[in-house]
Design a binder for this molecule. Structure first.
Ligand SMILES: NC(=O)c1ccc[n+]([C@@H]2O[C@H](COP(=O)([O-])OP(=O)(O)OC[C@H]3O[C@@H](n4cnc5c(N)ncnc54)[C@H](O)[C@@H]3O)[C@@H](O)[C@H]2O)c1
Length: 298
C-alpha cells in the first residue's frame, strides 16, 4: 500500500505542523482542509512562516545556500493544496484529522469521510484522549482506521504514536507507521488504550505531583527541582502542567475518570479543579500554579 496523497483536516496548532512535515519532510502531496477560509488562510500562513524560518536556519548553519533553501521551501509549499471543499479529500490515500477535541464532532467528520473518500483511503485521528475504535466505527471502515498522535510542536518533536484498534488491518497499521517515518518521526506502535503510551505515563505522574503539592509535602519549586535535577527532566511536573494548560489536563482526566472509573491512576486532584475554577489555566492565561509573562515564570 503506497501513500502518495495525504489530506489533513484542521489546520490549527497541530494540523498546520502535520501539513508541513508531510509536505516538506515526507514529500507527499497534501490537501490542507479547514472548515472556513479564514482559518485556512491562518493555517497556511503559519506553514509558510515556519518553512521560511527553517530555510533560513539551514542557510545559517551552512547546510544549504540561500537559493537551495528557498527552492526547498517553495517546493514544499507547492505540494500543499489549501481547500475548504471536502470533495478534495476523496482521492487521498491517507486523511489525518486534527480538529477540535470533541468526540461527537470527530465522529460526524469520520462518518462523512467514510462516505466521501475512496474505499482504500486510510483514516487517522490525532486525538489525545478519545478511543480510536469509536471513530473507526463511525467511519464505517474500522479496519482502515488508526491513531496518528503527533506531539507539539509537530515540526520539532520526534515522536509519533501509531495506534491500532482490534479491527485495524495489519497493512494499514504498517502504512501509517511508514508515513510517520517518512515525515522524519520515530513511530511507536500502541494499542487503543487510554492516553496511548506517553500520556498514560505522563498524566498520572502530573496528578501525583499535584497531590503532593496539595498535601503540602513539598513546595512547587522543590517538586519541580527534584524531577529536573534528580531525573534529568527538562522541566518539572508543576511547570509542565502550566505548559499543557490546567483546563486541558482537567478535560483529559475527567474524560478518563468517566470512561474508566476502575482505573486508580486516573483521578482529578482537587487543587487542579480549584485552579481551573479560579480561571488559572496555566501559561496561556498568564497564571497557573506559577505566574507567567510569556516564557518567564515567577
Ligand atoms: N495541542 C496539543 O498539544 C496537541 C497535542 C497532540 C494532539 N492534539 C490533538 O490534536 C487535535 C487538534 O488540536 P489543536 O491543538 O491543533 O487544536 P486547534 O484548536 O489549534 O486547531 C483545530 C483546528 O480545527 C479546525 N476545525 C474545527 N472543526 C473543524 C471541522 N469540522 N472541519 C475542519 N476543521 C475544523 C479549527 O478551525 C482549528 O483551526 C485535537 O484532537 C487535540 O487533542 C493536540
Amino acid at each position: 500500500m503506497q501513500i502518495k496523497k495525504v489530506g489533513v483536516v484542521g489546520c490549527g496548532l497541530m494540523g498546520h505542523g502535520i501539513v508541513q512535515v508531510a509536505a516538506a519532510q515526507g514529500g507527499f502531496d497534501v490537501v490542507a482542509f479547514e472548515a472556513d477560509q479564514g482559518a485556512l488562510d491562518k493555517g497556511i500562513a503559519r506553514v509558510e512562516k515556519s518553512l521560511a524560518k527553517l530555510a533560513q536556519k539551514s542557510v545559517e548553519k551552512g547546510k544549504m545556500d540561500a537559493d537551495k533553501a528557498e527552492a526547498w521551501a517553495a517546493g514544499a509549499r507547492a505540494r500543499i493544496t489549501p481547500s475548504t471543499d471536502k470533495a478534495d479529500l476523496a482521492d487521498c490515500d491517507l486523511v489525518v484529522e486534527a480538529i477540535v477535541e470533541n468526540l461527537d464532532v470527530k465522529k460526524s467528520l469520520f462518518a462523512e469521510l467514510g462516505a466521501t473518500c475512496k474505499p482504500e483511503t486510510i483514516l487517522a485521528s490525532n486525538t489525545s484522549s478519545f478511543p480510536i475504535a469509536e471513530m473507526g466505527e463511525a467511519s464505517g471502515r474500522p479496519e482502515r482506521m488508526v491513531g496518528l498522535h503527533f506531539f507539539n510542536p509537530v515540526q520539532l518533536m520526534k515522536l509519533v504514536e501509531v495506534v491500532r484498534t482490534d479491527k485495524t488491518d495489519e497493512d494499514v497499521f504498517a502504512a501509517a507507521r511508514g508515513f510517520g517515518e517518512s515525515c522524519g518521526k520515530v513511530p511507536v506502535g500502541c494499542k487503543d488504550t487510554p492516553g496511548f503510551v506517553v500520556n498514560r505515563l505522563l498524566v498520572p505522574y502530573m496528578v501525583q505531583a499535584l497531590e503532593m503539592l496539595d498535601r503540602g509535602d513539598a513546595s512547587k519549586e522543590d517538586i519541580d527541582a527534584a524531577m529536573q535535577f534528580g531525573c534529568g527532566h527538562p522541566m518539572g511536573p508543576i511547570t509542565l502542567t502550566d505548559y499543557v494548560g490546567l483546563d486541558t489536563t482537567l478535560f483529559i482526566l475527567e474524560g478518563w475518570c468517566e470512561r474508566y472509573p476502575n482505573e486508580p491512576a486516573f483521578a482529578v486532584p482537587g487543587i487542579l479543579r480549584r485552579h481551573v475554577e479560579a480561571g488559572k489555566l496555566g501559561r496561556k492565561s498568564g497564571e497557573g500554579f506559577f505566574k507567567w509573562d510569556g516564557d518567564k515564570r515567577s
